[in-house]
Design a protein around this ligand. Sequence first.
Ligand code: ZN
Length: 433
Amino acid sequence: MVNIGYKVAAAPKEAGRDIYELIAELFPICRSITGNGFRQTMDVLKRYIPLEIHDIPTGTQVFDWTVPKEWNVRDAYVKNSRGERVIDFQKSNLHVLNYSTPVRRTVSLTELKEHLYTLPEHPDWIPYKTSYYRDDWGFCLSHNSMMRLQDDQYDVWIDSTLEDGALTYGECLLQGEEETEILISCHACHPSLANDNLSGVALAAMLARHLGPGRRRYSYRFLFIPGTIGAITWLAHNEQSTNRIKNGLVLTGLGDAGMITYKKSRRGNAEIDRVAAYVLKQAGQGHKIIDFHPYGYDERQYCSPGFDLPVGRISRTPYGEYPEYHTSADNLDFVSPEKLQGSFETIMKILSILDNNRVYQNLNSKCEPQLGRRGLYRTADGHKELALLWVLNLSDGKHALLDIAERSGMSFSAICEAADALVEKGLLEEKTK
Ligand code: ZN
């Protein structure tokens, strides 16, 4: 049983290993924003957490967007005139332009090249490209492989379907003592890419598994959604209940070797922004805190002005700032159990402070109460005594425990323990909203 409370906030030691193994299991699946690969991924997650699966039909209007046709692919290749597969989906699912229309034809090298994507600056890597929301077909391959293609007639075969179907997403709600929610969201629509997006998916799943049986104040809602269209679809279908979201985090890119980067919510001073900054500062390791900007992952939707939810984003090196991003080099060697463990522990600390960050009212606020008489000095060392005095002094119904920890320079757990002791002696009462 893992309580989210500060007293037992330590993350399990094997979390990083478990997350890594889940990434490795999910890695080969060809995912996209819709289709069987996404469903198969949800089926794997269901082994770890109670996941409710939603299927929203193609054509459903979601704000300014429409749920697209469902895409599935069975095979894809380019064969030369000798019948050799010079590009083969079976070797890497990145080879097919994600969402390619079906195609079966014979083309010249010149025509073929109009449909090929490479990365000349990293000639051994396969890029990850998509053709969402436009009809196109294509292949991605290493620049070196493309350079080896000779003048020839090529058989092109993409055995895909784009049909009416559904957009699938997974949702896991861990009920807490309160209806108020913490939202944890990750995109799960990329094929074989480890850091973006499987590190977020696997970490979120392990987080839900570890929090599942414990006690917690807030309810935790985990969303495993296709990027952009998934967040828009979820918001369109849950608009009325978004006012329950008190704080939230978008998780992605948590397994690379870079330092942890927190991107603030649009509000910039939400509780999540302050707690994340506090945890990163306390950790005493290199980290970065960046302001909100309207680009990136699904924080774009959660923080759109019509919602303006207090949702930040946590990752290591931000997308686009590492060359492996959206290429075949974002593989199982690019992420490590150690870095995943570090990310997991940081997120657990953030959630644990959020869950315990209460506002209290000093019930004896005219001069100090006599602590000795209540046995609070006898057991207390100087440090504990100081924590009691800080909590008593600042608990005027306006300062939360994090404010007191920050102002006193004392640890959040010391402040939290002092508040518990004072509540027990009837000197403090939680302020209800
Ligand atoms: Zn991505």
